[in-house]
Design a binder for this molecule. Sequence first.
Ligand code: GDP
Ligand code: MG
Length: 175
Amino acid sequence: HHQPCRELHVVVLGAGGVGKSCLTAQFVHNEWIESYDPTIEDTYRTQLQVDGRQVVLEILDTAGTEQFVAMRDLYMKSGQGFILVFSITSSSSMSEIEMLREEITRIKDDENVPIVIVGNKADLEDQRSVPRQRAFACSQSWNAPYYETSARTRTNVNAVFIDICRQLLLRDEKY
Ligand code: GDP
Ligand code: MG
């Protein structure tokens, strides 16, 4: 039988410079762009198949430039799934996603918001400053999957976006 095309709203969040725009561009356009205007916040729409289901994925690539906290609250409220990105080369960017996760669960008043944790810049292993163990600990306590990615080499980029779609589709079935 025919299933309606599901529209999913995903928000990409994380400290400035961790690679949110590069990851989004790799996923949506299959291209590596060395540098983006760090202040640009944009929404992308793309169609894909997830487990045989056609979905329209709307991705908000945030830039952290909101002038009002209320704006961030708004997209945290309207977002259904969240991709929390840090860079494996920056431990402060890891702390940032811990704060973001707290804010999301508080605003949505839901401990089980669909989240994927992303440690980007995995190609810079020699500059790693976030031990895998620290990310695994978050993954366990938030019950959210962890992926190490490289937007530069396109490693695990699809896996991240497919995972968040899958979590959202499973949620539909449960509720
Ligand atoms: P955003 O502020 O989170 O959107 O970060 P950008 O996507 O604009 O990327 C910030 C900088 O990190 C740019 O100079 C990118 O070229 C670089 N960058 C992003 N992803 C990677 C990656 O996976 N590996 C490496 N080596 N550099 C990356
Ligand atoms: Mg950006």
